[in-house]
Each structure stands twice: as structure tokens, then as C-alpha cells.
Ligand binder design. Structure first.
Ligand SMILES: NC(=O)c1ccc[n+]([C@@H]2O[C@H](COP(=O)([O-])OP(=O)(O)OC[C@H]3O[C@@H](n4cnc5c(N)ncnc54)[C@H](OP(=O)(O)O)[C@@H]3O)[C@@H](O)[C@H]2O)c1
Length: 163
């Protein structure tokens, strides 16, 4: 099973502020939806709570240290390995790690692949993507786009594979 991180980050590695995103980029939301639909998705409790309930057409695995936490229709687990085990047991070829910062930090060494949307601007934030070590990760694909009327910043869809 391929373990894939998916994230959107700014030039200064910001991914969020006050438990929310800091940009509105419909092209990235569309990419995220198309890439993850039909799959199992793993996320920290804070990222789950930053969304308006579960995303349609995806199976959610929420990580929390709170043993009483429950969400109808979602798996809730107490550690990251347990999250991978659930996806593995359900015959998944690829599982997606959706963040946030704490979860990316703890999974970047375990992941096989990363889908990174570069938002080409600098933002103020309080949640950051870890530094991507090019000794460990090799860029395998890059698609660059200009800003347009709907997407206010230039952006790129970049894929990395573990060396
Ligand atoms: N730009 C992007 O692509 C993107 C993607 C996702 C999220 N975000 C942003 O990232 C921010 C949220 O990130 P965050 O770092 O604050 O929170 P997070 O990683 O989403 O969730 C942190 C929570 O996960 C649980 N957790 C973490 N490690 C654990 C472990 N080893 N075992 C058990 N539970 C564990 C804890 O939950 P409990 O406190 O319940 O124990 C912890 O408080 C928001 O601003 C969000 O908008 C951005």
C-alpha cells in the first residue's frame, strides 16, 4: 500500500492559520477532490474539525489521543500506525494523509509519495509543512499554472517519490 501525503503549502511552508486555510484556490480544491475521491483519508483531529463534517466519497480515519472521541461514519484511532493498518486491512492500494502540521511532521518519514500544491506567495500562518529533504525525496512531476480570475496566486502541482 502506497502511503501518500497530500498538502498545499506556500513559499514559506504555511499550510494554515487558526485552524483554517489561508487562501481560496478552487483549482487546488478540485485537484484535492479528484486525487482523493474513493480513497481512505487519514487526518488529525484538528484538521477534521476544521472541515464541515466528513468529505463525501471518502472513508475518514481521524487520529486523536482522546479515547472518547467518536464521529459517526468515521474510524477514530489513537495512533498513526493504527490508521495505516485500517487502510491496509481494507485492501487499499493507496492511502492519503491529509494533515495537518502535526500529522505531516509525524508521517513524512513513513510516506512513499507526496502530492504538494505550491501556492506561489508568502502568507502569515501558524501551521507549517515540514522542510522537504531532497536527499530523501525526488521530484517526479511538476505542472505549473498562472494565476487567473478564480485562482489569485500562481501555483504548481508537484509530486515527489521517496528515493
Ligand atoms: N494546506 C493544507 O494542505 C492543509 C491540510 C490539512 C490541514 N491544514 C491546516 O493545518 C492546521 C491544523 O494542523 P495542526 O497541526 O494544528 O493539527 P492536526 O495535525 O490536524 O491535528 C492535531 C491533533 O491530532 C491528534 N494527534 C496528533 N498526533 C497524534 C498521535 N501521534 N497520536 C494520537 N493523536 C495524535 C491530536 O488530537 P487530540 O488533541 O484530539 O488528541 C492533535 O491535537 C489547520 O490550520 C488546517 O487548516 C492545511
Amino acid at each position: 500500500m502506497i502511503k501518500s501525503i497530500i498538502a498545499a503549502k506556500s513559499n514559506n511552508n504555511v499550510i494554515g492559520k487558526e485552524n483554517d486555510l489561508v487562501w481560496h484556490m478552487p483549482a487546488d480544491l478540485k485537484f484535492f477532490k479528484n486525487t482523493t475521491k474513493g480513497h481512505y483519508v487519514i487526518m488529525g483531529r484538528k484538521t477534521f474539525e476544521s472541515m464541515n463534517g466528513p468529505l463525501p466519497n471518502r472513508t475518514h480515519i481521524i487520529i486523536t489521543r482522546n479515547p472518547d472521541y467518536q464521529v459517526e461514519g468515521c474510524f477514530v484511532v489513537g495512533d498513526i500506525e493504527k490508521a495505516f493498518q485500517i487502510a491496509q486491512k481494507n485492501q487499499q492500494d493507496e492511502v492519503f494523509i491529509l494533515g495537518g502540521a502535526e500529522i505531516y511532521r509525524q508521517t513524512i518519514d513513513k510516506a512513499d509519495k507526496m502530492y504538494i500544491t505550491e501556492i506561489k506567495s508568502t502568507f502569515d500562518g501558524d501551521a507549517f509543512f515540514p522542510e522537504i529533504n531532497t536527499n530523501t525525496w525526488k521530484e517526479s512531476k511538476r505542472e505549473e499554472y498562472k494565476a487567473d480570475e478564480k485562482n489569485p496566486y500562481p501555483y504548481a502541482f508537484v509530486e515527489y517519490l521517496k528515493r
